[in-house]
Design a protein around this ligand. Structure first.
Ligand code: GLU
Length: 494
């Protein structure tokens, strides 16, 4: 049996980081098992649809590098298309299929028409609540006669179709993460399968589609555990073999509650907008709720595909740890291509007022130089605006008391004059010649270590720490370095 799994989002808005992880685990499991990964759009709740949500979700998946083999996808022109033999992969395009299968259940007495009005259902629910009972459908239409049903249908009375659960029937299923799970139908409701608008409910459509699309493993969020017995019973009612179920624990916030939009960044979009790299986010998210056999933390997608297994998915929710995400993303930024990072950094630099649109072309090398010098300091690209200030202006501001005290050390005037002289002699300052300048000062004046490097850094950038100094000198260029050193000589040194 070859593995087939699916990610089945409802296009209701942004892509939650938990959905990204569900998609990722499905993808990784399929890759690991040599199976197929399918993306199906579940849009049967017509009241919750959001324009552009499918495109947004597909773009996020593509950005993350989680590519599916079958299903709904975007073509080169950004239009929604479908690929694969088991389509359509959009539930609203499968209404005739659901019609056929609901008829089977009606014919076999496993489903029934329910004509109860909303008012009646509300009354029943209220009465149950008052009596301290769990609200559920009271079975009013379960045993209507064939004639009664025909009559109401003919008269055009609105209806839903419900699942007829047998009484006191035990439904069992094994969840790969949570183990054996058991429910009694006495605790379950006669679930609506077809709604008044003729659309199937999620519960009905998901079972029909997973069966017809030959899904072998249903890997989804734990919020669906309580629905699973209804699904399992539907498989039973149809006489179909149920897939293996795997419910993934929630991603939690620091307070151990479900990560929600109110607490800040939860959408893939939010992380993308801050300039996290997809490799970093995917690597981190893989580790929230799954632990590799070896004590390894950095994984490329290929490595994840090889290492992933459902057995090592944890039962309890994983806490979203921004610090760890940052640590992992910083690793990918350090290794990333300078030009690619530059393109990501430009909008932040423009927004921050550091550069203008026209600088993008005319000062490209300067911008790329800053990015290249600063990338070792970044957890995500937006952070560049916290550091980039040192590359602008011809004056130097020493912000810390410690820095100002450093400039009072005895060797500073000698170092300053030597820097002015040696940089002045160069045609052009680059990382190499900058390094040569520092080395020759060390040799000639016996100023070394912290005295040399920190002293020079403070006089050139105003800061005590920062990226590689010769690199910074290259980005600033000869003229700016000299202007700054003159400024220090005239204003900061006694
Ligand atoms: N459409 C459901 C959702 O958006 C999918 C649940 C499932 O995977 O069965 O979460």
């Amino acid at each position: 049996m070859s593995v087939r799994v699916r990610f089945a989002p409802s296009p209701t808005g942004f892509v939650h980081i938990g959905s990204l992880r569900t998609a990722l685990y499905n993808y990784l499991f399929a890759k690991n098992m040599g199976g197929k990964y399918i993306l199906r759009v579940e849009d049967t709740d017509r009241t919750r649809l959001v324009d552009g949500a499918i495109e947004n979700m597909l773009t996020a998946m593509k950005w993350a590098g989680i590519e599916h083999d079958e299903g709904v996808t975007l073509n080169e022109n950004g239009e929604i298309v479908q690929k694969g033999e088991y389509g359509p992969y959009v539930q609203s395009e499968r209404l005739d299929i659901y019609q056929k299968y609901i008829q089977q259940l009606l014919d076999s007495g496993k489903a029934y028409y329910c004509f109860c009005t909303k008012e009646r259902l509300d009354e029943v629910r209220e009465a149950q609540k008052e009596a301290g009972l769990t609200p559920r459908y009271d079975g009013h239409c379960r045993d209507l006669s064939k004639e009664e049903v025909e009559e109401k249908l003919k008269a055009g009375v609105p209806y839903v179709i419900r699942l007829k659960l047998p009484e006191n029937h035990v439904i069992k299923f094994t969840d790969l993460v949570r183990g054996e799970t058991e429910f009694n139908t006495n605790d379950l409701d006669d679930q609506v399968l077809i709604k008044t608008d003729g659309f199937p409910t999620y519960h009905f459509a998901v079972v029909v589609d997973d069966y017809l699309m030959k899904i072998t493993h249903v890997i989804r969020g734990e919020e669906w555990v309580s629905s699973t017995p209804k699904h399992v019973y539907l498989y039973e009612a149809f006489g179909w073999e149920a897939p293996v179920f795997v419910h993934l624990p929630n991603i939690l916030n620091q307070e151990k509650k479900k990560l929600s939009k109110r607490q800040g960044d939860v959408a893939v979009e939010d992380f993308k907008k801050k300039g996290y790299l997809p490799e970093g986010l995917v690597n981190y998210v893989a580790l929230v709720g799954w632990s590799p056999e070896e004590n390894q933390e950095l994984f490329t997608m290929k490595e994840l595909e090889e290492a992933f297994s459902l057995e090592r998915v944890s039962k309890s929710g994983g806490v979203f740890d921004t610090e760890k995400l940052n640590w992992i993303d910083a690793h990918y930024i350090k290794d990333a291509d300078d030009e690619m990072l530059t393109q990501l950094a430009i909008p932040f630099l423009i927004d921050g007022g550091f550069i203008t649109e026209s600088d993008v072309e005319t000062r490209h090398d300067f911008i790329k130089g800053m990015v290249s010098a600063l990338k070792e300091k970044l957890s995500y690209v937006q952070e560049i605006t916290d550091h980039v200030g040192m590359f602008f202006g011809d004056t130097v501001e020493v912000e810390t008391e410690e820095g100002r005290e450093f400039l009072e050390l005895e060797h500073i005037p000698t170092l300053l004059d030597a820097l002015i002289e040696k940089i002045g002699e160069l045609d052009r300052v680059d990382a190499e010649s900058g390094q040569v300048v520092l080395k020759s000062i060390q040799k000639e004046y016996k100023i070394k270590g912290k005295n040399l490097y920190m002293g020079s850094r403070i006089m050139i950038t105003g800061q005590m720490h920062g990226p590689d100094l010769p690199k910074v000198m290259e980005v600033l260029g000869k003229e700016t370095c000299l202007k700054r050193l003159d400024y220090v000589k005239n204003n900061l040194i006694k």
